[in-house]
Write a protein that binds this ligand. Structure first.
Ligand SMILES: Cc1cc2nc3c(=O)[nH]c(=O)nc-3n(C[C@H](O)[C@H](O)[C@H](O)COP(=O)(O)OP(=O)(O)OC[C@H]3O[C@@H](n4cnc5c(N)ncnc54)[C@H](O)[C@@H]3O)c2cc1C
Length: 525
């Protein structure tokens, strides 16, 4: 099929890029699973934008850089924040039903923000935003959406029929999940919008498909990745043995929720950040909860908003109230048991302000990137914003330079010589579980060099096993994801070992100090 641009991913970043590109090009959007299976539809809190009269861009920039512990690139932070009001206007045009206060948009507040500046749709913002973007994409004649396509590897000069060996990206090989066939999709440009790598950890709020595929694909193709050690752990994920990844939004603390040690019955944030208490940035709150859990041998701590009027709680958090009621917890009267869980991948494929990666023809946007916005820690509700800004920036750059993009060459079809189906699915399952468990235990909220080295040792063993397996058998989505999960784990551990300080989300007992100069950890293939 003829397409001008291939977009990999149908979340906020991918659909934003596709809609902007479709003004002039024919766009193919590929997604594994369903079109709504990324993190975007799961976002609860909202989107940060300076819209209040008392708020300023400078304040939003400062809050972002304080959360990011100075590792952010100021140029990127300003670029994104100054575009936020335009992003919100555009989403309103697309029909996103943001909550309002009379004539103006209702703004809520979240940890680390010095003002109310979070635009939201109740507590299910991502779902509403994704629905609006998807509807617009489905209705656009220049956009073809294909679900059930697990992309395997980027097509570069190494796959041209007349081998050039160059790093120029021409598209991607993708497994059609229904037929089991692998197709080559080529275009003049490719946009990577594959989301994060959260599922590398045993406890994560991210969806099942967040296996770092795009980061791993770009790395294998020769692109640099940055700051992969900066993994954000959300402080408050519901503790429930069956529902393993239900997030309790930051806004519950923003609207007065208190963290309480169930053993002592007392609020504990005053021992960790007496000034900001529950509204301290996520890394501070997550470490405080982790410390209380370890110190008192707890399974969880309590998040309590039952002192607020029941109507207020139900009005602000209808989705969470309903979900918890199904599980027998009435948050208007009872505290919620919570634990920290991996939540956001701050690092990723290095991009510039036009969404360009190191590889000609390859752009990237959203959670799979390292744009310089988040630094050592993401400020709440800045990530959806990043998706819209860079999805659009990448599209604009492609369109502005369209004449410079050559027609794709003929490329080699996927090597179908591996026709044997594996008869040992258990190996894949076992390796998935192993990676996720040692990453949680050794590369989690509090790190040491010894623990990181233990993880690295296991990764080296698994590389041998998984490469062997990958080389022998017909590819499946599980196997493709396992390989990417391992590459992502490797990038995280190598980056963490390189950072000889504690900064933002990277906290190591061996280097507790923060160095005077903030430096990115950049891995070069
Ligand atoms: C529970 C939760 C709550 C959150 N709340 C907020 C919030 O309130 N505000 C905020 O700003 N951020 C929030 N975030 C973060 C935010 O949702 C994400 O950072 C953002 O949605 C990422 O969008 P994306 O387009 O980069 O990727 P995603 O939305 O994750 O989409 C990734 C896409 O890539 C596709 N894909 C991945 N691998 C492949 C492959 N190999 N082949 C083909 N397709 C592939 C997926 O199918 C999917 O379509 C939250 C995240 C979670 C998990």
């Amino acid at each position: 099929m003829e397409h001008d641009v291939i977009v990999i991913g149908s979340g906020a970043a991918g659909l934003t890029a596709a809609l902007a590109l479709a003004e002039k090009c024919r766009v193919l959007v590929l997604a594994k699973g369903t079109l709504a299976s990324g993190s975007t539809a799961w976002a609860q809190g909202g989107i940060a934008a300076v819209l209040d009269a008392g708020d300023t861009f400078e304040d939003h920039v400062r809050d972002t850089m304080v959360a990011g512990a100075g590792l952010n690139r100021r140029e990127t932070v300003e670029f994104v924040i100054e575009r936020a009001p335009h992003v919100i206007d555009r989403l309103v045009e697309l029909g996103v039903p943001f909550n309002t206060d009379g004539e103006t948009l209702h703004l809520t507040r979240e940890g680390g923000h010095s003002h109310r500046r979070i635009v939201h749709v109740n507590d299910a913002t991502g779902w509403a935003v994704h629905a609006a973007l998807l509807k617009a994409a489905e209705e656009h004649p220049n956009i073809t959406l294909r679900a059930g396509q697990t992309c395997i590897d980027l097509i570069t000069g190494r796959h041209e029929q007349r081998y050039s060996g160059s790093g120029r990206v021409w598209g991607v090989y993708a497994l059609d999940e229904a037929s089991g066939k692998v197709e080559a999709h080529v275009g003049r440009a490719t946009v990577l919008a594959t989301g994060g790598a959260g599922r590398v950890y045993q406890f994560s709020t991210a969806p099942r498909g967040a296996t770092g595929d795009g980061i791993a694909m770009a790395w294998r193709a020769g692109a640099r990745v940055g700051n992969m050690e900066m993994m954000q752990f959300h402080p408050t994920c519901l503790y429930n043995l069956e529902v393993k990844n239900f997030l309790i939004t930051e806004a519950v603390r923003g609207e007065g929720g208190r963290l309480i040690n169930p053993r002592t019955g007392k609020r504990f944030m005053e021992f960790y950040d007496a000034e900001r208490m529950e509204l301290a940035p996520r890394d501070v709150v997550a470490r405080a909860i982790d410390s209380e859990i370890k110190k008192y041998g707890l399974d969880y701590v309590h998040l309590d908003i039952s002192h607020m009027p029941a109507d207020f709680v139900r009005g602000h958090f209808p989705t969470i109230c309903e979900k918890l009621l199904e599980l027998g917890i009435d948050m208007t009267r009872q505290p919620i048991p919570v634990v920290p869980a991996q939540h956001y991948t701050c690092g990723g494929v290095m991009i510039d302000l036009d969404g360009r990666t190191d590889l000609p023809g390859l752009y990237a946007a959203g959670e799979c990137t390292e744009s310089g916005l988040h630094g050592a820690n993401r400020l709440a509700s800045n990530s959806l914003l990043e998706c819209f800004v860079f999805g659009e920036a990448a599209a604009r750059h492609i369109l502005a330079n369209w004449d410079g993009f050559a027609e794709p060459p003929r490329v080699r079809p996927w090597d179908e010589s591996r026709v044997t189906n594996s008869d040992e699915e258990v190996v894949i399952k076992q390796n998935w579980t192993e990676i996720r468990r040692f990453m949680w235990n050794y590369v989690g909220i509090v790190r040491t060099t010894k623990r990181l080295e233990r993880a690295q040792h296991r990764i080296a063993l698994l590389f041998g096993e998984i490469d062997d397996y990958y080389g022998q058998f017909r590819v499946t989505t599980d196997l493709i994801e396992l390989r990417n999960l391992l590459h992502s784990a490797d990038l995280i551990v190598r980056s963490a070992l390189r950072r000889h300080e504690s900064r933002g989300l990277h906290f190591t007992l061996d280097y507790p100090q923060t160095r005077s100069v903030a430096k990115d950890t950049i891995l070069v293939p």
